[in-house]
Ligand binder design. Sequence first.
Ligand code: NAP
Ligand code: G4F
Length: 376
Amino acid sequence: MAKVALITGVTGQDGSYLSEFLLEKGYEVHGTIRRSSVDFRERIAHLEGKPHFHLHYADLGDSMSVLGVIGKVRPDEIYNLAAQSHVQVSFDSPEFTADVDAVGVLRILEAVRQLGMTKKCRIYQASTSELYGKVEEVPQNENTPFHPYSPYAVAKQYGFWIVKEYREAYNMYCCSGILFNHESERRGETFVTRKITLAAARISQGLQDCLYLGNMDSLRDWGYAKDYVECMWLILQQDKPEDFVIATGVQHSVREFTELAFRHAGIELEFKGEGLDEIGICVKDVRSKKEKGRESLEGKVLVRVSPDFYRPTDVVNLWGDPTKAKAKLGWNPVKTTFEQLVQLMVEHDIAKVASEGAAAKVRTNLAEYLEKGVVK
Ligand code: NAP
Ligand code: G4F
């Protein structure tokens, strides 16, 4: 009998990769979706209609729908990936974030318990390096104290502790993956890496003038999402339930990411000034054959800082220690290096922007909104 998995947040970056991974392993994969006026499910469009891939409506804010879908699917494994996952947005929507990212986790655990499935069903909770927040130790491992530093992180901290509580109180197989930032060509367009790779692609093709960023000194441990979903699965295949840090063990700044992304788009940047006055100037512009028609970018300011992208409290020093995952899961944290990650994202976005043609201009309007801080 094929194993049955239920993925909440299947339309997200990680949900789409995990679905592909589990289908490949022979699972029957069920995912939850939410009703939306646009019904635009770009990341899973290629999976819809496959015989072992099924979708159900459920919302983590609605316990009846959570109970309903778990009771109907009766999964062997639940991957709870659904969340309001944007840290800056959590300052604007703190109550919604708490309801989904904190109480939503409880709704799943309680549904499994009330349905009498505690022995049958294993649960993975998508926890986060944001729990380390205002970090008390560098690098961070499974024993580093938490210091959450945003409404998002505080909600996710509840999720982490309630999973641990149900594990101990009811002997349930439920655990958290404390995942550090992981990115990809499917990353949401308002997270910093994707915002940068799309801007590099649009600027190199003459479709955007300037990229506006917030704190460029911020440090992150960035990995490739496709590599990270394997860990979610591995965490649920262990003899006993345990929490794991998943990270590359390598750290870079937002500025370094920006420099490298633009370099892959043929643009060399030099940064000058500090804080809000910092600018990134183009010092070399290697235009492709197709781009030869547009004027040179040399001497132009292509990156500026906008206070719109500063956060009331910002997490600035995330750096994970994946020793336990390497030893116990046998996982290779640098299957895809930072350099490869940036390159694959930029190459993807250059092709995407080029193929959109005139439509890319329309999408540039969204980029302009992003620049102005209308949409974070
Ligand atoms: P994502 O792309 O933002 O996807 C989030 C998913 O959650 C989407 O499918 C979204 O559905 C769904 N969702 C949001 N609110 C919901 C609700 N009320 N009920 C049901 N579904 C809801 O996030 P991701 O990058 O794939 O991350 C997956 C999980 O890992 C999240 O829990 C995130 O907090 C966590 N995490 C991510 C990272 C990272 O670097 N990517 C690191 C650590 C932890 P719609 O499409 O309908 O909006
Ligand atoms: O890309 P970010 O928005 O990701 P952040 O805040 O680290 O959160 C992501 O990773 C977490 C894991 O640590 C997940 F739990 C969470 O769900 C999400 O996937 O911002 C990264 C850094 C921040 O310090 C931010 O202040 O980049 C800085 N930054 C600088 N300029 C910017 C910008 N972030 C965004 N989104 N947009 C900017 O213009």
